[in-house]
Design a protein. Structure first.
Length: 292
């Protein structure tokens, strides 16, 4: 699941510190930023932070000793959920681990280049935690390590966010998936493909969309364009999907993760109208969708 194996070198010290030290909550319960240089003389070796939101970020500058971030969102139920962690680009000065069941699993080693987001299942008796172990430094240059985190709910776990969210992205959605997607996705928009660019390093494609109607969006994927009633936005998909410009009107449906929009379904709008109309006649549509 993660690069590297289980790390036990810090386990004893970690457990001892946790048993004697209370967790300190971040001011807004979602995001924490701190410095390893600002420590009380009697502080424990492992600094503790508790975050209670379903998404947020952590940044630790001048890392020293260790930082343990417990992710315990306020949820209405105790059902298992999946947590995704995306290390910041340029993170250096500490290795990053996931703590589960009292063991540490390496997520990002010191000096490694942060890659894609990693996801893991949070289904044990204790809330999951991210454990940052500072590396010995001989210089006083500025170093910082950090990550974004996001709760994906009761979804299957995978080591890679893109594979987890987009495992079926390279095939068309079937009719049932399409009808559910327009009701539950983070964004739904109708429009045209303006351009497609590719990023070989990230193994992704960026689709520029001109939307005539935005039915729903959780974040700011689509923004008003120059023309009245027009919207512009970009959505991501995997490079292996072979996205390319195409004529005609499409319905763009997908999810937002870490500030990026990821394409799920993109049927031609005429096909969607046909599928939705048939479901309406059979009274099998999952929700009411505006057809004007």
């Amino acid at each position: 699941l993660f690069a590297g194996g289980v790390v036990c070198g810090f386990c004893f010290a970690l457990k001892q510190s946790c048993s004697r030290s209370a967790l300190s909550s971040a001011a807004d319960l979602c995001t924490w930023r701190g410095s390893g240089l600002v420590r009380e003389p009697h502080a424990r070796a492992v600094q503790q932070v508790l975050l209670r939101c379903t998404e947020g970020a952590v940044e630790w500058v001048y890392p020293r000793q260790a930082l343990r971030v417990v992710l315990q969102p306020n949820l209405a139920s105790a059902r298992p959920y999946t947590v995704c962690v995306k290390p910041f680009r340029g993170s250096r000065g500490a290795s990053m681990h996931v703590e589960r069941a009292g063991e540490l699993e390496l997520l990002l080693s010191e000096g490694a280049r942060p890659a894609r987001a990693h996801c893991f299942r949070a289904d044990g008796p204790q809330p999951p935690a991210i454990f940052l172990q500072a590396s010995p430094q001989s210089d006083i240059g500025r170093r910082a390590v950090g990550f974004q985190y996001e709760l994906l709910g009761n979804r299957s776990s995978a080591p890679d966010l893109q594979d987890s969210v987009l495992q079926a992205a390279c095939r068309p959605c079937n009719n049932t998936e399409l009808l559910l997607a327009v009701c539950s996705s983070d964004f739904v928009a109708r429009g045209f493909i303006l351009n497609v660019s590719h990023d070989a390093e990230r193994q992704t494609s960026r689709v520029e969309v001109g939307a005539s109607r935005v039915y729903r969006q959780r974040g700011g994927v689509f923004v008003p364009g120059d023309a009245r009633g027009a919207w512009r936005g970009h959505v991501q998909t995997l490079l292996r999907c072979g996205a390319r410009p195409g004529a005609g009107e499409f319905l763009f449906v997908g999810a937002e993760h870490f500030g990026e929009a990821w394409l799920g379904c993109a049927p031609r709008y005429g096909h969607f109208l046909s599928v939705y109309g048939a479901a309406q006649r059979r009274r099998e549509n999952a929700c009411e969708f505006p057809l004007d």
